[in-house]
Structures are given as C-alpha cells and as structure tokens.
Design a protein around this ligand. Structure first.
Ligand SMILES: *Cc1c(COP(=O)(O)O)cnc(C)c1O
Length: 397
C-alpha cells in the first residue's frame, strides 16, 4: 500500500499551487545568511508611540481583551474608527453596524473577497498587486484581471482606458490600493473620479485598501474613494494600525462600509479568526485619537527617510521613482546595466550586503515588472545610511 505522504502529487491544491512560497521568506533567509541589511519586507524597525504601547500594557493588566472580544470588535475601537473617518474625511459610519475590526488588513482583504465574490466572478485589480490579493481571489474561486500601472514622467500611472476595457459583464468587484504598494503612487483625485464613474456605471463593488492613508508626502493628497459621488454605498474601505502606528505585530485592522456590506464581510470573518488582538484593540482606539502632531511627525520622519534612501539610490546609479506615499521606493535597475530584477535581487546581498524585493513577483505580466526593484525605507536613519554606503559600491563592483 502506497504511503499517502509519498504521493507524487503535491498536497497544495490547484487553487493555491502558484502561491506555494513567498519571495519574502527566500529574501529574508538570504539576508540572514549573508548578514545583509534587509530592506525587503516592509515593517518598521522601531515601535510606534510609547504611550500606545503603555495603553496595551494597561489593557492587558486591567483584564480588558484577554478573553474573546465581541465579534465586530470592541466598542471603543469601533467608535474610534468611526470618529477617525468622520473627522478626517467627512465619512459618517455607524460604529455598531458599519465598522468591523479584523486581524490586520490581511484578514479584512480575505474576508471581503470570500464574502463578496461568487466562483467565476472577475476582479479587476491594479498590477503590481499586494501579494495577498491574488491568493485571496483564488481562494474565493474568482478570477483576477490585472490592469498594469506603468511609469511615465516619474510616476506609476493608471491607464483609464485600460481600466475601462478590463471590465466585462463578469466583473463583480474592483480591488484598489492607494497609496499603492509597491510603486508608491498615490492615485489622484482625477484618477479616482474616473474609477468611481466606472464603478457606478457598471454597478461594481469596490474594495479599497487604504492602509497607507497617513503616509502621503509633499503635495500628494489621500482621497478615500468612498468620499466620491455614488461610492459610499458600494465601497468597502480597509485600514490598519500596523502601518499607521508602526505596530505591525499587533494585527489590528478594520473595515468601514454600509451595513449590508459589513454584515456580509463579518459572516466570512467570523469563520476565519472569529476575533483577534483583544488588548491591542483598546490601545489602537487610543492611537486613532492621537493629536494631529503625531501624524505630522510620523509623516515628516518618513519623508526624511524617503529622501535619504531615494537620494542614495539615485547616487548609486538606480533609476528612482520617488514615492508620493507608502514606505517603499521602486527603482529601475536598467541604468545599472541590469535587466532582470529577480536575478539582481538574488545577487544583491553578495554584491552589496543589501536585500530588496523584485517587483516582478507582484505582476501577472512578469515582463512588465522585470526591471523594477523595491526597497523599504521604514528603518532607522543609521541603517538607511549604512545601506546607502553599501549600495554606492555597486556601480564600481
Ligand atoms: C501591509 C499591508 C497590508 C496588511 O496589513 P496588516 O494590517 O499588517 O494585515 C495590506 N495591504 C497593503 C497594501 C499592505 O502594504
């Protein structure tokens, strides 16, 4: 009798076969083995505000959130999320029926797609994608239809004609991300207005991943899609404390949407984690109410880091797309005489002692992303300075 484990057939099912391993695991292992500076994965190397850490400790000590919190999230956090959306964007959501707390934005993405899609539905999403989008669309049995962001005049842009052409009678949902990881693009009001018009015209749902809403620089403006005419009723907006407050390990995210959409997403969410992050939910409620100076300082700090890394990369010979948002900078390796970002990233630790991520892994049309490489700048200044010094040797190596 053949042992089941010796089957020649791989165990991972067909829906997920293409998602077997992530590039982050490979690159982080490479960083460790070579003692490289890891600018691959996007998490800060310093924690968020001390008073918010203390708020989590207090909640834990006071016995708040140590047992299953309510399914939709603790009321304090749901109210804080509703207040945040109203105060900043003029978006009114009922904290009891229109806000849902999730295990990070990652679970919000999974629950939204699992709840809202039928097998065979098409999802139009911007390519390059955040890595969990394609996997979650596949888990839902739906089909992804990429619309490629392409660089022109220093910025990755959305081609509105291509977006329009990508929508068919089978399209159920647009999956949007602004500010955009990995390109650093912040969709403009004009681009979003065109997206909104299309969504209304074709009666589409939109899931919009706005986890970098507080990380916009210079003259860029974050416009929540739900603020545009006809959009509130069809839009599911996602946020995350990981990115806004530098606590990526706490896994606190949220969904805001009209009650019928939140009810649907909650139905899927209750069978994923059910609930998560009890004491951290109370701390994040306090974080969302921090004074404006916190957000200004956070942005200013990240902008300075962006300038340091983007400037250093340009000096090292990369083509640089200076990001208007997020904590990533996308570069073009062709000015260095390279064509293949994947090969480049595999050799970079040996050549320069730095780890980066090839954008190609975030594309269906890999050739479109081939020359692009992403570096994260949410690291301490001295780490970025060290990385820049190491990278300057590249041109001469
Ligand atoms: C980091 C990230 C997420 C995941 O957020 P968590 O709250 O850590 O789960 C989702 N979307 C994008 C675009 C991200 O960069």
């Amino acid at each position: 009798m053949a042992a089941m484990t010796s089957s020649a057939r791989p165990f991972l099912n067909r829906r997920l076969a293409e998602f077997g391993t992530t590039i982050f695991a490979e690159m982080s292992a490479l960083a460790l083995r070579t003692g490289s500076i890891n600018l691959g994965q996007g998490f800060p190397d310093t924690d968020g505000p001390e008073e918010i850490r203390e708020a989590a400790v207090r909640a834990l000590r006071d016995g708040r959130g140590n047992q299953y919190p309510p399914g939709p999230g603790v009321p304090e956090l749901r109210h804080a999320v509703a207040d945040h959306q109203l105060r900043r964007y003029g978006l009114a959501y009922d904290p009891d029926t229109e806000v849902l707390v999730t295990a990070g934005a990652t679970e919000a993405i999974a629950a939204s797609l699992l709840a809202l899609l039928e097998p065979g539905d098409e999802v139009v999403a911007l390519e390059p994608y955040y890595d969990s989008y394609a996997a979650c669309i596949a888990m839902a049995g739906a089909r992804r239809v990429p619309v490629t962001l392409r660089p022109s005049e220093g910025r990755f842009r959305l081609d509105l004609d291509e977006l329009r052409d990508a929508v068919t009678d089978r399209t159920r949902l647009l999956l949007l991300n602004t500010p955009h990881n990995p390109t650093g693009t912040v969709l403009t009001r004009a681009e979003l207005a065109a997206v909104a018009e299309l969504a209304v015209e074709r009666d589409l749902l939109v899931v919009t991943d706005e986890v970098y809403e507080h990380l916009v620089f210079d003259d860029a403006e974050h416009v929540p899609l739900a603020t545009l005419p006809g959009m509130r009723e069809r839009t599911v907006t996602l946020g995350s404390a990981g990115k806004s407050f530098s606590f990526t390990g706490w896994k606190v995210g949220w969904v805001t949407a009209p009650a019928p959409l939140v009810t649907a997403v909650r139905s899927a969410k209750q069978y994923l984690t059910y609930v998560a992050s009890g004491p951290f939910q109370y701390a994040v409620a306090e974080a969302l109410a921090l004074p404006e100076t916190y957000f200004e300082d956070f942005r200013a700090d990240m902008r300075a880091k962006r300038d340091l890394l983007a400037g250093g990369l340009a000096e090292a010979g990369f083509g640089v797309y200076v990001p208007s948002g997020t904590y990533f900078v996308t570069t073009d390796v062709r000015p260095l005489g390279e064509t293949d970002g994947v090969a480049f990233c595999r050799s970079l630790p040996e050549r320069a002692g730095v780890v980066a991520i090839p954008n190609a892994v975030f594309y269906d049309h890999r050739e479109e992303g081939a020359p692009f490489v992403r570096f994260a700048f949410c690291k301490r200044t001295e780490v970025l300075q060290d990385a820049v010094t190491r990278l300057k040797g590249l041109a001469h190596a």
